[in-house]
Ligand binder design. Structure first.
Ligand code: F6P
Length: 584
């Protein structure tokens, strides 16, 4: 019932926002525009999205089956596209109860509460995950592409399993395509070889790959032992997309360095053996209208109020970080900057608190366990050095509560997946709730930094965005980083500030953020202080400019641009004619 009421509220709120936009500003590209575009250009083709991570997973709890909307930026953003276009999304079924919720072919209707498309789950064994996911994807390609000073590891058995799992994803796609015309939209570095199989079996399919992480410079890429096969696999696509121009150029450099191919940098195209692949950059956006509506909903307001009360965040400015616990995200560096700010500007002690949501990720890998330990250490040190006086009746939610969770063994599965419990409320469920001390034993101090180590459903995340006076995105390197854009979208009242690393794709667009390098502690400390101290009027003006950027080029603009580019460019170059195509 509450769900239904909330949905109605969401619809009304979206309509109100659209009305406001219509009367006060330019019209934004909306879901309906993508639907209309697809009706005009894709009507006779099936759409298939392919990714490793699934947008929804199923779990089993004491009350039976429940589902989780995975909070990863990519799956949340693409879910809006899939909801608009229908079709089939093929992904790894990683939820604990996914098999129970799916039919014999691995299919389940999504979103589970108002289905508009089909999720087709691919089943992977533990060994597949160890070799393909933890191995080649996250111990070789991830560090190779991010250049975050973690040495990539190359093992032939992992490369072979990567190839094999990619072939199985391609087979799963083919089961859905049958002999129909289709457009297959593949996501990310886990699936670099899928197009090669699809084109072998069905050369007439239109296939695009979007590489959501950075592409390294040629000197770095050169060390990848299977570089030729990877590049050939990627060039089987009709289009390869990146978020920023720099990564597109690096990719073209790699092709020129490794393969016998004609690289046309001006047009962003590679020609090889009569086949042309377009290589272009399209910065991904978010469904800003939807996120703003979620942030304005009554249920989010109430959740924020409860969170503030439980974490003792009354009369206190709040900073927020939301990341997978990944060494590329610069989380210990972010906390070092924060500690330095408290040293340099003690006036913030007791008046500022930071919530770090750290989603356990890929914990089968040592580098990921290390970043978790380094993060916990920083949090403990800051809380010891700079405790916050507790307001009347406050609860504790400090390292004690987090440690208790760790003791209870609440760590994710070895795949590092996003499974979490969800009880339909927006507060941490069950034992994740901050502990209240026994009556008469209220704490005199509270932590300055709250570390929340768990996966969140996207709906649970929104109240945190709402609450934050400041959001810190301090990646050492990042393809885009959608947390930055989600936060801005979730702050329609303009009362917020973004501290952003220049090494994110997002920094190319969000120039009005407080830009600070995570490698430079002093400048991070100064950026936090500046973001917290800015006068209300200029703070609002800055956020308004950031919001305008996020609204102007949102997930629907991105989807239309990518899909339309494929349609337009393949019209120009039918299969096998690329080598003869005239120069523009
Ligand atoms: O940032 C690139 C990306 O592939 C995102 O798409 C996704 O959020 C994340 O990395 C992958 O995380 P995971 O391994 O948990 O799916």
């Amino acid at each position: 019932m509450e769900d239904f009421a909330d949905r109605i509220r969401g619809v009304l709120s979206r309509a109100a926002l659209r009305h406001e936009q219509a009367s006060h500003g330019p019209r934004r590209t909306a879901r309906e525009d993508l639907v209309a575009w697809a009706r005009a250009h894709l009507s006779h083709k099936r759409l298939l999205v392919v990714s490793n991570r699934e947008p929804y997973s199923h779990e089993r709890g004491p009350q039976g089956l429940y589902w989780v909307r995975n909070a990863g930026g990519l799956t949340v953003a693409l879910d809006s596209v899939a909801q608009a276009l229908g079709g089939v999304w093929t992904a790894h079924g990683s939820g604990g109860a996914d098999r129970l919720a799916s039919d014999a072919a691995g299919r389940v209707a999504c979103p589970p509460d108002h289905p508009t498309y089909t999720l087709k789950r691919v089943w992977l064994s533990e060994e597949d995950q160890a070799l393909y996911y933890n191995g080649l994807s996250n111990s070789a390609l991830w560090p190779l592409c991010h250049i975050a000073y973690v040495r990539p590891r190359f093992r032939i058995e992992e490369w072979e399993r990567y190839r094999d799992v990619n072939r199985r994803f391609a087979e799963a796609v083919m089961e859905e395509v049958g002999d129909q015309a289709a457009f297959v939209f593949i996501q990310d570095y886990h699936l670099g070889l899928v197009a090669r199989f699809l084109k072998e079996w069905r050369p007439d399919l239109e296939v695009a790959l979007f590489w959501h992480i950075p592409w390294p410079n040629v000197e770095v890429f050169r060390i990848f032992p299977w570089k030729q096969e990877l590049l050939e696999g990627m060039l089987a696509n009709d289009l390869v997309g990146f978020h920023i121009r720099h990564h597109t150029q690096n990719f073209l450099d790699a092709v020129a360095d490794v393969l016998e191919a004609r690289v046309d940098r001006e047009r962003g195209a590679v020609e090889r053996a009569g086949k042309r692949t377009w290589v272009r950059d399209f910065p991904i956006g978010v469904d800003a209208t939807e996120i703003a509506a979620m942030a304005e909903a009554q249920v989010a307001r109430e959740a924020e109020r409860r969170l503030r009360a439980e974490l003792g965040l009354v009369d206190c400015r709040v900073g927020l970080g939301v990341d997978r616990l990944d060494y590329t995200k610069g989380i210990p560096e972010r906390l070092d900057g924060l500690e330095r700010m408290l040293e340099k500007h003690p006036e913030w002690i007791g008046r500022f608190s930071f919530i770090q949501i750290g989603v356990p990720s890929r914990i089968g890998l040592k580098e990921y366990r290390d970043v978790l330990l380094r993060t916990r250490k920083r949090v403990e040190r800051i809380n010891e050095r700079f405790p916050r006086p507790a307001p009347e009746g406050a609860a504790t939610a400090g390292p004690e509560a987090e440690a208790a969770r760790a003791v209870r063994g609440e760590t994710p599965s070895p795949a590092g997946d996003s499974a979490s419990r969800h009880d339909g409320s927006f507060l941490p469920s069950g034992d994740d709730r901050p502990r209240r001390p026994p009556p008469g034993n209220a704490p005199s101090t509270l932590p300055t930094v709250h570390l929340i180590e768990r996966s969140l459903d996207f709906r649970e995340l929104v109240p945190y965005y709402r609450m934050a006076d400041l959001c810190a995105v301090t990646s050492l390197h990042d393809g885009m980083n959608l947390v930055a854009k989600e936060y801005i979208a979730a702050t329609p009242d303009l009362d917020g500030a973004l501290v952003l690393s220049p090494f994110t794709g997002a920094a190319r667009e969000l120039e009005r953020a407080f830009i600070a390098s995570p490698y430079d502690r002093e400048s991070m400390a100064d950026a936090y202080h500046a973001a917290l101290s800015e006068a209300p009027e200029s703070r609002r003006e800055r956020m308004a400019a950031l919001r305008e950027t996020v609204l102007r080029y949102n997930i629907f603009d991105w989807a239309i641009e990518v899909l339309d580019t494929v349609q337009r460019l393949t019209l120009r170059t039918p299969q096998g004619e690329a080598a003869d195509a005239p120069k523009e």
